[in-house]
Design a protein around this ligand. Structure first.
Ligand SMILES: *Cc1c(COP(=O)(O)O)cnc(C)c1O
Length: 223
């Protein structure tokens, strides 16, 4: 299949899954050339996710009219450029990062949409808020005026089988519901589901699925 065919078949796959919520496709374009992004943009795809700041900035410079989401690990010395150039950040994993993004968001831009990255399987090697510290941090981050706290993001451990894959997503959805019930935050976004588990994620309430390989084909490195 070529790129337009993969795009149409992915959209169909997403829309065939029964869900109450609207599901938005975030095209994860890391390591992929600008020509492929242009081709998808011409087919109507607006939202793109990038992990590596320098690579992303070069692309944003060429296609500033698209909706750019930062989904990669954030070093604190990179927050200024992220805050100035993106409309969404999915990977806020520490309070300090949120504070810096807030302080560095330019006044002429609308609030930056923020998702808290949750380490939903308690993995020692993974960053992100632990489930039990997320509510407290959501409360604080929700007060920051240049940010708009929209929801939660997670990348669970690899699991096989639909029922196994649903478990961590369910846990994340329940955490979002708890935050909405017990704080002033009004979270409306669950960024879950990648190429191998998008069905499970949509069944558990994904509103954004982040898809790379299934759309663009395999990446040459393992990023
Ligand atoms: C690379 C990446 C994706 C896309 O993963 P695929 O398996 O290629 O669909 C989604 N989210 C994040 C945070 C990523 O780094």
């Amino acid at each position: 299949m070529n790129l337009p065919e993969r795009y149409q078949s992915l959209l169909q796959r997403i829309h065939l899954i029964e869900s109450k919520q609207a599901v938005q496709l975030l095209a994860v374009s890391k390591t992929k050339p600008i020509e492929m992004i242009k081709e998808l943009a011409e087919l109507g795809q607006k939202s793109f996710g990038e992990n590596y700041l320098q690579e992303a900035l070069a692309k944003i410079d060429i296609l500033p009219e698209l909706d750019w989401h930062f989904i990669g690990t954030i070093q604190s010395n990179k927050t200024k450029l992220i805050s100035e150039n993106f409309s969404w950040v999915h990977s806020v994993d520490r309070l300090k990062i949120a504070q810096r993004l807030n302080d560095q968001r330019p006044d002429n831009l609308p609030p930056l949409n923020i998702l808290l990255a949750v380490n939903i399987d308690n993995e020692a090697t993974k960053s992100g808020f632990l489930a039990e510290e997320t509510l407290y941090n959501a409360k604080l981050i929700n007060e920051l005026p240049k940010l708009k706290l929209r929801g939660l993001m997670a990348i669970p451990k690899k699991r096989t089988g639909l029922e196994n894959q649903r478990q961590p997503f369910k846990k994340l959805r329940e955490l979002l519901e708890k935050i909405n019930a017990e704080t002033e935050a009004k979270l409306d976004t669950l960024s879950i589901g990648m190429s191998d588990d998008l069905e499970a994620a949509i069944l558990e309430g994904a509103t954004i699925v982040r898809i790379g390989r299934e759309l663009f084909g395999k990446r040459s490195n393992s990023n």
